[in-house]
Design a protein. Structure first.
Length: 613
């Protein structure tokens, strides 16, 4: 039997060669694929969250995988409905989320690995959402390098993309490349599984379940058709001309400047140089030159166009028509805008995007030593106007910083670390913004709220808080004022601090094309310690061999707190604490005793093993 790594490598090579995928359903009979999937998802926070049935990662075993494979062999496996929940949106609405059972999660992860291995080499460079090694910052890097000299930005947003994906269209797209009816039927079952909301079954006629493991790769396969249309139809049609024609006015002034320099008229040369810097060197409206660029992250995309606004409107209409006719999707009229690149700011992934036009910013050429404009035409990434004010409202009341009551029950170290993690996340996300320093206003509001929270907790004045926690630290040779508290640990003291985050701009990488890591490295060390223990089939409590299961707890810290201060702890608790593991591989009898609260002997006798449970 082939290993899981060999199967995925073979599937990936078919994808690289653009060959159809055939007879792949039988690869799902390989138990290693499920162990690989289990090694990836058992650490997730939702692994112990039940769906519509009492089915979680707790109790995972080799027998459970064998039963799943047996159901697949006879094509009797059906996806059970997911439990529906809702998450808050920024605009005040609700986003539906599906909470599948763990068996369905395991099956979805296996399907995701197979589909990703095949489709990942086929995806376009302009696609950055839900892909290994890519993300928001790689999309922004691509935009920063590819969108130079853009005149118009076409912001694109698909209304309810994930909820409106047409199942028939998706399966038709996949059937062009996957020539295996059983695999497509399995994917169809997952799409049509339905949801349970308030214990009422609701069928899913369209869309991929948000929160499902396989949903992101299915959405990328669906929207890959949009990528192909833009890059293979629109971009070739709206790309012409090697370079713009030189401006006649600029040539005339350049000729006069050369004459003035030759006759030694420095005053005239100085005035002509200033005039040249205010004139474009190329024809900005050259009809023989057009450029169209494109980048997409999930259902958000943006195009940069060098041409007329009328043509930009035509491109926007063409994309809307393609989405409606080919993919049965609709552009959001409120969010799909055409903005002038120099005079306005487009929004993409939370950044304000525009094109520099600053004639006064110059640099000296290395070959001739003359000065030239250095900023014009380059992409500017900035913090959107009003963002810091909007983020600061969370920490204010009546425009004044206030204490956060939900944190008063925690220690001062936890409060300081919470504020530090919040601000660091924002500062790191906007590391490409040229006006990143504007986040300092948010930092001041958060610091005032932090001080008031600590003062409220310990019934202290603000001045006393500053005296108790104020300190300094040096980062990259720069000294920063911080709040610090020392926490004792087994390895010594650990310092928890607020502040010390430089707000200097980080330039996007000079590498415009993202080089993906070799696929083999993604699963290089998938055989974790847990998988090896599970395959050994030896109970870690009583030593029984064969038919073992995995007992999970959410956090080892919670287990320690629950049994803290008790003289006698259950044997399984002391065992997990000694091993420093959230998992325990045990036999079925020990697992039943743990959940029943019965004591577990270190060695089981024959009478205990033979009893009926």
């Amino acid at each position: 039997m082939q290993s899981a790594d060999q199967i995925l490598q073979a599937i990936r090579k078919l994808g690289e060669k653009r060959l159809p995928l055939t007879r792949v359903y039988r690869c799902l009979y390989n138990p290693e694929l499920y162990l690989m999937a289990y090694a990836k998802i058992y650490k997730n926070q939702g692994a112990l969250t039940p769906g519509t049935a009492d089915d979680t990662a707790d109790g995972m075993s080799i027998n459970r995988i064998d039963s799943l494979i047996a159901a697949l062999r006879t094509e009797r496996f059906d996806f059970r409905p997911s439990r529906r929940g809702y998450a808050d949106k920024k605009n005040g609405g609700k986003r539906p989320l599906g909470l599948p059972n763990f068996t369905e999660k395991l099956m979805q992860e296996v399907l995701r690995m197979v589909l990703e291995a095949y489709y990942e080499p086929r995806f376009k460079e302009s696609s950055h959402g839900f892909r290994t090694g890519r993300g928001c910052h790689t999309a922004l890097t691509y935009l920063h390098h590819k969108f130079r000299a853009t005149k118009w930005f076409i912001e694109g947003d698909i209304r309810g993309c994930f909820d409106n994906i047409d199942h028939d269209v998706l399966l038709k797209v996949m059937s062009r490349d996957i020539h295996d009816g059983r695999l497509l039927n399995l994917i169809r079952k997952g799409l049509k599984a339905g949801v349970m909301e308030a214990w009422e079954y609701k069928p899913t006629c369209s869309g991929t379940p948000q929160g499902g493991i396989v949903s992101p790769i299915l959405a990328n396969i669906y929207l890959h058709e949009l990528d192909r249309y833009v890059e293979e139809v629109l971009i070739p049609h709206y790309t012409r001309g090697a370079k713009r024609e030189r401006s006649p006015e600029y040539r005339e002034v350049s000729y006069k400047l050369d004459r003035a320099r030759k006759r030694g008229d420095k005053e005239a040369a100085r005035h002509l140089e200033q005039r040249m810097r205010a004139i474009p060197s190329k024809e900005t409206d050259d009809p023989g030159f057009r450029r169209l660029t494109y980048v997409r992250y999930a259902d958000d995309f943006i195009l940069g166009f060098a041409g007329t606004k009328a043509e930009a409107e035509t491109i926007k209409t063409a994309i809307g028509t393609f989405l409606r006719d080919a993919l049965h999707l609709e552009l959001s009229s409120e969010k799909t805008l055409i903005t002038h690149a120099r005079d306005e700011h487009a929004k993409f992934l939370g950044y304000a995007v525009s094109i520099y036009h600053a004639d006064h910013k110059t640099s000296r050429r290395k070959d001739s030593g003359t000065r030239q404009r250095s900023a014009n035409g380059r992409v500017r990434l900035g913090v959107p106007y009003g963002l810091t004010t909007e983020l600061a409202r969370r920490y204010q009341r009546n425009s004044k910083p206030m204490s956060e009551l939900s944190l008063l029950a925690f220690s001062d170290a936890h409060i300081i670390q919470t504020y530090q993690e919040r601000f660091r996340g924002i500062a790191e996300y906007y590391k490409f913004a040229v006006d990143r320093s504007h986040l300092s206003s948010l930092k001041h509001v958060m610091q005032a709220a932090l001080v008031r929270t600590l003062a409220h907790k310990y019934k202290m004045s603000v001045r006393e808080v500053y005296r108790k926690y104020r300190s300094t630290m040096t980062v990259n040779g720069q000294e920063y004022r911080t709040f610090q508290v020392k926490v004792p640990t087994k390895k010594g003291e650990r310092t928890i601090y607020w502040g010390g985050i430089p707000l200097k701009v980080v330039k996007p990488s000079n590498q415009a094309v993202i080089v993906d890591a070799p696929y083999r490295e993604q699963w290089k060390d998938w055989r974790s310690d847990l998988i090896q223990r599970l395959q050994a089939e030896v109970c870690e409590l009583c030593g029984t061999q064969g038919k073992c299961e995995v007992h999970h707890v959410r956090k080892l810290k919670d287990l320690k707190q629950r049994w803290a201060g008790r003289k006698e702890k259950p044997f399984w608790v002391t065992r997990m604490i000694a091993m420093q593991r959230k998992t325990l591989v045990i036999c079925h009898l020990c697992h039943v005793d743990i959940h029943a609260g019965r004591p577990i002997p270190k060695e089981r006798n024959a009478s205990r093993e033979s009893r009926v449970i």
